[in-house]
Design a protein around this ligand. Structure first.
Ligand code: PAF
Length: 282
């Protein structure tokens, strides 16, 4: 397993693999890898001859008041995890390698980015689409792997690939949870022991909502109300949103009469956590 920091080194390696006729999977990450990332690497390793993991805290997708400076980083830990799971290459660039002086091109999207996280994080998806496009252009993978925890991000990337005729397959992988239900996230490390306990309201609300849908409730307002009431009863929790949207357009719907996504974002203290379920999976 190799770690490289320049675009040129990635290109050289990828070119060598291509000449040998090997297939390439890409797992884009911001590092501080956990079992959720490991499941993406496992999937890529099982489906491709070579797996590249990008490990880059992308400044462009953070708003001015967000946690860019404090976002956890640990390359040695990441390298050990990638190696243990059979990854072949880590691309770990400095911001200046990705955004040279005078950088002024962006990939932006309407509609799908206007609700959910796009409302509370206005610059986020422009940063995600731009960096992911760059990573696709640098690595030129056959397939790229993303977690379903960032469900809106996955929908946005699928849509971008389709809109812009990008020549690769996108695979979405299931949410990986802690034993008590909390969805794995690098941001879970911000939580104090008391907050870690309080954070269970997210997965509890997800279970409550998905049970209601499974038992036949189709009225979105009823599901949203029950989930919101449950979260609001936890004093350390502050709801950013609890919404049900069309799974393709990410636009709110009143009735579950098509594939839908129920997504939540909740502050536990200062930490913003997300979770979701797709109605098709309940
Ligand atoms: O999901 C993430 O970790 C990031 O948004 C991604 C896709 C690696 C882009 O920086």
């Amino acid at each position: 397993m190799k770690i490289v920091s320049t675009v040129e080194e990635v290109r050289r390696q990828v070119e060598e693999w291509r000449q040998q006729g090997l297939t390439i999977g890409l797992v884009p990450t911001m590092g501080y890898l956990h079992e959720g990332h490991a499941s993406l690497i496992d999937r890529s390793v099982s489906e491709n001859d070579r797996t590249v993991v990008s490990d880059f805290v992308n400044p462009m997708q953070f708003g001015p008041t967000e946690d860019l400076q404090t976002y956890p980083r640990d390359l040695a830990h990441d390298a050990a995890l990638v190696e243990a799971h059979g990854g072949d290459l880590i691309f770990h660039p400095e911001p200046a390698e990705m955004y040279h002086e005078g950088f002024s091109s962006f990939v932006d999207m309407t509609v799908l980015t206007e609700e959910l996280c796009g409302l509370s994080r206005p610059v986020h998806f422009r940063g995600v689409c731009t960096v992911v496009t760059k990573l696709f252009n640098i690595v030129q993978p056959d397939t790229a792997y993303f977690g379903k925890k960032d469900a809106q991000q996955l929908a946005v990337i699928r849509h971008m690939v389709d809109d812009l005729n990008m020549n690769l397959r996108i695979v979405g992988c299931p949410i990986v949870r802690e034993e008590d239900g909390l969805a794995k996230s690098s941001r879970n490390t911000y939580l104090s022991p008391e907050e870690r306990q309080a954070a269970l309201v997210l997965s509890q609300a997800i279970r409550l909502g998905s049970d209601m849908v499974r038992q036949g409730t189709t009225e979105c307002a009823a599901v949203i109300q029950a989930m919101s009431d449950h979260i609001a009863a936890q004093p350390l929790a502050r709801i950013d949103y609890v919404k049900i949207v069309d799974a393709a357009t990410m636009q709110p719907i009143p009735v579950i009469d098509r594939p839908a996504l129920c997504a939540i974002a909740v502050y536990i203290g200062k930490t913003r956590l997300i979770d979701n379920f797709f109605t098709e999976d309940v």
